[in-house]
Ligand binder design. Sequence first.
Ligand code: GCO
Ligand code: MN
Length: 388
Amino acid sequence: MAKKLQWKRSDKFAFGLWTVMNRGRDPFGPETRPPLSGIEAIRGLGERDVYGFEYHDNDLWPMDATPAKKRSIINEAKRAMKAAGILCTAATTNLFSHPVFKDGAFTSHDPRVRAYAVQKVMANIDVAAELGAEVYIYWGGREGAEVDIGKDPIEAMKRFRDAINFLCEYVMANGYKMVFSLEPKPNEPRSNIYLATAGHALAFIATLDHPEMVGVNPEYAHVKMAGLSPLHEYAQALEAGKLVDIHLNAQEPLRFDQDMSFAADNPKEALLVVKLLTDYGYAGTKAFDCHPYRTEAAPWDFVERNMRAYKLLEAKVEEVNADTRLCAMLEELTVADEGGWNQVLAAYTPKNADKLKVAKFNPEKLAQRTLLYEQIDLRLTELLLGAR
Ligand code: GCO
Ligand code: MN
């Protein structure tokens, strides 16, 4: 393998423990792989030069673990991390598997369920801080509805907000160095999940008591499930200074949650995401949140394949950015600003408004300009396919 294409820890790749622990169960059939414990998952990822892992509380200890059992597992996880040289980069809470959460956690009708959910998060935030995680994720797995008349969506938002506000205060009161991250998803396992896209999440964050503590980690496949553009979601979050983590994978649009490996569906689209992250210096971890195909006996080919795909696309981005033909065509898209309009449009002032009010434009003439998109896209396709 070309040296440049071999991933290193400094690439900051991460995997959810649950991705390699996934045993291939789907709604139509049972597990096809033997179990892997959270500790084995940490070891296996560390041995493959993965930078970090993300975990749910119950990926590591079962929900009914005694305090002593839980403590011994956490200690073992810390030893495994040290031995394998892998970091814990993000944590999250399983608020969706147990039947107690069958109608949501933070948005449940039952105040006892909501309190239990917040308590479960607090307990894991303590562990996350101990393991060194600096990002804490909220994926509203069952925060949604099938029967909307039975669950007021406005009330649900208020409850969600109260929970996040409470937990922000908890992190601050304990002096933890940790930011929160909302992970949007449009549906599955609920018919409709609240905070369906990055746009929903960003708007919600603005209503929180501590918006500066909360960002988003859009998942590539969740965006495609909504029939939207992962590139645009990542870009909007990045531009807002809110992209604190990313979940990379692949998904055919508008289908069930396929959770395929990164770039498995649409390499050009994946390339443009890698280009965005590269060009704009995204510095967070790049976490893969997908599952090995059900036909795999072990998760390790899957782990290597995801990192390899990212490195291949990263090398391709370098090639694309350096391609003189493509650069020249992209350059032609920009228009010399002879009228000084950029400066006028950058800020409203009475002077700028006056200048704009009296300006004469010729829309017919402006409309005559053509753009080289066909050729540009062909050149990108050529580069992607290795045609010279
Ligand atoms: C999904 C989600 C989950 C979350 C995870 C962390 O299954 O659709 O992507 O994998 O990412 O629970 O929040
Ligand atoms: Mn995810």
